[in-house]
Design a protein around this ligand. Structure first.
Ligand SMILES: *Cc1c(COP(=O)(O)O)cnc(C)c1O
Length: 241
């Protein structure tokens, strides 16, 4: 008798992720509806994107402008929203504004300036998140926690930009629990910023990836950015960013 050794299908992986999101939310006394799955489709094909779209996912994340344009612009993915989650060079701000519904990787004055220029004439403000390097890892993108308030003030002063919250990338750890202090710190930082900027809800906390999202949900994540757990392991033939 043949033994079934086939890999799980996309649909099975997505079902498993959705179940784990729901379980983590319930454990935290939260509604699963409070946690949005952002399917990180970097390096995967448009066909795979279309497949998870057909299964009901509506939020996608990409980390490069050019790759995202090639994959999402033609034909556009109906009813889907696209977030930029990778580092953005200021000279690509204009292209990014045209393509993405949200930019999660805002982390420095020059980029805020470039995005403000690129959105000066839009009718709808562009949703942005401030990316914070909570772990203070030297190589990682994101502003220092100490810079967050001044950058947040600078963003909310731009009519073309709407600051919806914060984003962080936790360091790679062996046990997901080790990332908990990072997620907790991002939430506390958000709470402090909210006190300083009372007209801004800063409702979004984009934190948690395939290896640590249940812990991020326990600490208040509203958006979890999940790639491998949905699409399978990536062929890492090039760097991120
Ligand atoms: C690649 C990436 C993710 C998803 O990582 P997985 O481990 O595949 O879930 C999330 N956020 C950012 C910023 C990424 O670059």
């Amino acid at each position: 008798m043949a033994i079934d050794v086939s890999l799980p299908t996309l649909s099975e992986r997505l079902a498993a992720v959705s179940a784990r999101v729901a379980e983590a939310a319930a454990d935290a006394g939260r509604s699963p509806a409070e946690v949005m799955i952002v399917a990180v489709s970097k390096t995967v094909s448009r066909a795979a994107v279309d497949e998870v779209h057909a299964l009901g996912l509506r939020h996608f994340g990409e980390n490069r402008v050019q790759e995202a344009r090639g994959k999402f612009a033609d034909p556009p993915l109906r009813g889907a929203t696209l977030s930029l989650i990778g580092q953005l060079q200021s000279n690509k701000a204009r292209a990014a504004v045209h393509l993405f519904d949200r930019i999660e990787s805002v982390d420095r004055p020059s980029l805020i300036e470039a995005l403000a220029r690129a959105t000066a004439s839009v009718d709808q403000p562009l949703s942005v998140l401030l990316q914070v390097n909570i772990a203070a890892e030297g190589q990682k993108a994101g502003c220092a926690a100490e810079e967050a308030l001044s950058l947040a003030r600078s963003i909310v002063a731009r009519p073309g930009l709407r600051l919806d919250g914060l984003m962080t990338i936790a360091p790679l750890v062996v046990e997901a629990e080790e990332a908990r202090p990072i997620f907790c710190a991002l939430r506390l930082l958000r709470d402090r910023l909210r006190e300083q900027l009372p007209n801004h809800e800063l409702a979004t906390l984009s934190m948690g990836m395939s290896n640590d999202f249940p812990v991020a949900i326990a600490e208040g994540a509203t958006h979890v950015r999940i790639g491998r757990a949905i699409f399978g392991e990536r062929q890492e033939h090039r760097g991120h960013g």
